[in-house]
Design a binder for this molecule. Structure first.
Ligand code: GNR
Ligand code: NI
Length: 174
């Protein structure tokens, strides 16, 4: 198991559309374990493969509370097949946009079909934080970030700030 470095805004890798997986083998299960370790270390409640630079349609989530047992779920080729008209607003953050938070409105409930870590077809009906997190992660698979759901003014400010930070980090390494 390995903690992988996170890809940060404004890296164009985050804008790539990820590709579906053809099969679930030991290599994919090892990648899922690395993603979970990276997510728990961050710490975060979800992580898409593209956030560690791997363009597979695959994500991990653990929305359990601190006082509960860990509840990791691996989602391969997830698809939203139904979503509620009811909306919910959550304050979102993203491990690829550290220390920035903003309210995002999304469908309150979603039904998601996916393949699990054993290669078995599954379906989940999610609400609450899990519904929001699933939509945030599935957005990543399509190159979409939560800042795409806020005002252009706020988004431009965040992108500008992270572009400056990336330049400062790069010039330190030269
Ligand atoms: O750790 C995370 N917390 C979070 C909080 C509200 C809505 C979405 C998230 S996902 C985020 C981890 C992350 O960036 N996943 O892509
Ligand atoms: Ni994210």
């Amino acid at each position: 198991m390995t903690i992988k470095p996170l890809v940060l805004l404004p890296d164009p890798v985050l804008r790539k559309k990820s590709d579906p997986l053809e099969r679930v083998d030991d290599e994919i299960r090892a990648l899922a374990d690395d993603m979970l370790e990276t997510m728990y270390d961050a710490p975060g409640i979800g992580l898409a493969a593209i956030q560690i630079g791997i363009p597979h349609r695959m994500l991990v989530i653990d929305c359990s509370k601190e006082d509960e047992d860990k509840a990791p779920i691996v989602f391969i080729n997830p698809e939203i097949v139904d979503s509620s008209d009811e909306r919910a607003v959550y304050e979102e953050g993203c491990l690829s946009i550290p220390d920035y938070y903003a309210e995002v409105e999304r469908p309150a409930e979603v039904k998601v079909e996916f393949i699990d870590r054993d290669g078995k077809a599954q379906q989940i009906e999610a609400d609450g934080l899990l519904a929001t997190c699933l939509q945030h992660e599935i957005d990543h698979l399509n190159g979409v970030l939560f800042i795409d759901h806020i005002s252009k003014l706020k988004r431009d400010m965040v992108v500008k700030k992270f572009t400056k930070l990336a330049k400062a980090r790069n010039s330190e390494r030269l």
